[in-house]
Design a protein around this ligand. Sequence first.
Ligand code: SF4
Length: 466
Amino acid sequence: MTAAAVRPDLDVLDPAVLTDLVHGQLRLGPEQALTLFQRMPIQELGRWADARCRFMHGDSIRTYVIDRNINYTNICTARCTFCAFRRDGDEDDAYTLDREVLLQKIQELTDIGGTQILMQGGMNPHLPLDWYTDLLHAIKERFPQVHIHAFSPPEFVEFVRFFDPPGAGLEDQLRWVMKKLRGAGLDSVPGGGGEIFAPAVRRKIGLGKCDAEQWLTVMRVAHELGMNTSATMMFGHIEGIADRIHHMDMVRRWQDRAIDDFAAEGGGRYMAFIAWPFQRENTPLGRAKEWGLGESDDVSQPFPGDVVARLDGSGEKESHPLFGRRVRMAGASDYLRTQAISRLYLDNVFSIGSSWVTMGPHTGQVALHYGASDMGSVMMEENVVSAAGTTYCLNEATICRLIRDAGFLPAQRNNQYNLLKVHDEADSPDLRVRDWSTLRVQRLHQQSEKAKNEAVGLTIAGAPSN
Ligand code: SF4
């Protein structure tokens, strides 16, 4: 497939140019994306992103998936400053799930019609390779129908360090590990740990975690081995807007390569892009002051992250003395604007996922008109984002209602984005509900463990599905 041309000489605010972009006859360049972000009124931007989404996905169906997020361990060698989930191995609440507990969680998932697990951990140096292969075999033996979407790129890079597999370099070693896990039952790789690729930002927030090149290399090996993946971006902290666009540009470039090199032989690719704003509660990074609240902050000047950021990712932290010490949290409009740009920029990625989990269900619903084609996961469990404060809970009926009220037909999908059930009948999950007062939106972190367990089956918790 030949990608459409980037034409930096064209005025991206010209409706004729945007119309070509919507129809896939042009590609956004990085400078043009920045122009759209900075100069186009948000409702107009949403309209163009929606037009692109409708061109790709049609006018009627928007999707969701039922899966369970299983965090098999919270022990982690990294110290990401935005993370409230990780523990050292000797902390009281450090855990690694027993295999039977984990299998029981999957049983509960299949009992309510779930189709996949999203299984990620901290990066636990005490678990040998056999622990993973035995677990995958056990899951596939008991639940052959369940899709295993597991182990993010930072975990794979640490697997190489922990297991010291044979191979001439990282790519070879990754291939060796990944083949073992794929052979044991791994189906696809989630895009966790993407954060922001630009080195200046990544070095500040992702302490002990792989760099962008390594992250992208893991996904390239997964694609080579025929596995689909997703890409994520966590924004709204110390980064500049140009960093977000650089991040999308990296995903687009590596996706082009994956399609060129592997698609003809049945290789994988990035199926989805999901971006969500940083959640600050209980995190070291969350203690950084909001831009404008420091005594020396001059808000008539650009945000430090914008001073540092470069569209080619080459920003240097020395460019601003307050870089990394001030955050700019993202609200609903920043989120919607960022998501709309991602739909327009990532012309080679199938799905854009709405992040209702962090933004709340109603912003998540509006996101369906800002380029998102998918409401992500109706999930039974989430531990990572909820540890940082903000996680909403929605059940399947509510998520279907949100999609329907936004003007679309809700449809359950699987990991490959095949439609499993289009809810166009009177017995659809949302149309069966008579009393919506019992289905209030809940915040996961405000629920007791007992309440969470009681809620399984009807009230299902969600988190960013990556
Ligand atoms: S975000 Fe993931 S890799 Fe980073 S500290 Fe937390 S658990 Fe570890």
